[in-house]
Ligand binder design. Structure first.
Ligand code: TYD
Length: 211
């Protein structure tokens, strides 16, 4: 593959334990080998301010009100998109995001029910400075299988939210995916190699359709 499409925004989504990090790592190795310029950011994070907010969100022991949580994820996003992502897209570069506003819809909207979906969509638009991904890979896996994968690993504040929460988050992702054409629903129970090959094929097809 020789990626030539300008300003592409690719996002990865899924519940904790879906294998996102492994797939992003494989894609990074592949793109580097092909000499393709790209940048990966994780959400929340990616700027000095957003990393500070991340640490608050994932490691704070004081109770965080659900609306505060929603606003903090959005604040971290606004900083990242404005400071880093938009300038890169304007330079026609490829940006890969390890989570984006679909995480907010799934986790805060469906999981926590922090606000109405309408309010969350409005906030997502504001915090993303109106940018929309070209492709969103949704690594779909059941909360039971994901839970087995993350068993024994130290859980952060979000990961400690319980089974019911993750069932609601997974349902949320399914609903968002079914109403958004940019979503590619991937069977995340497959081997990492198979999944990686499928992801590359989708990016390649996207490139062909864009020229
Ligand atoms: P992630 O970086 O995927 O976790 P890890 O580094 O442990 O693999 O995501 C951090 C957590 O924050 C994850 O549990 C999902 C959650 N999250 C939200 O609840 N809302 C959001 O808007 C975002 C971006 C993440």
């Amino acid at each position: 593959m020789n990626l030539k499409i300008p300003d592409v925004l690719i996002t990865f989504e899924g519940i904790d334990g879906c294998g996102k990090s492994t797939q992003i790592e494989k894609l990074k190795v592949y793109l580097k080998r092909k000499d393709i310029t790209f940048t990966v950011f994780r959400e929340p994070g990616g700027t000095a301010i957003s990393e500070k907010i991340r640490s608050l969100l994932l490691h704070e022991t004081e109770e965080i009100n659900p609306v505060t949580e929603l606003l903090l994820f959005s604040a971290a996003r606004s900083q990242l998109i404005n400071e880093k992502v938009i300038p890169l897209l304007e330079k026609n570069e490829i940006v890969i995001l390890d989570r984006f506003y679909d995480s907010t819809t799934a986790y805060q909207g469906f999981g926590r029910v922090s606000a109405s979906l309408e309010d969350i969509y409005t906030l997502n638009k504001l915090a993303s400075h109106q940018i929309v991904p070209d492709i969103t890979f949704y690594l779909k896996i059941s909360p039971e299988v994901a839970n087995k994968r993350t068993e024994g690993t130290g859980k952060d504040r979000m990961e400690s939210s319980g089974d019911d929460f993750f069932t609601k988050v997974a349902t949320g992702y399914d609903m968002i995916a079914s109403s958004n054409k940019r979503f590619r629903v991937m069977d995340a129970t497959q081997s990492p190699e198979t999944l990686h090959a499928q992801i590359l094929k989708i990016i390649e097809d996207f490139q062909l359709s864009a020229v």
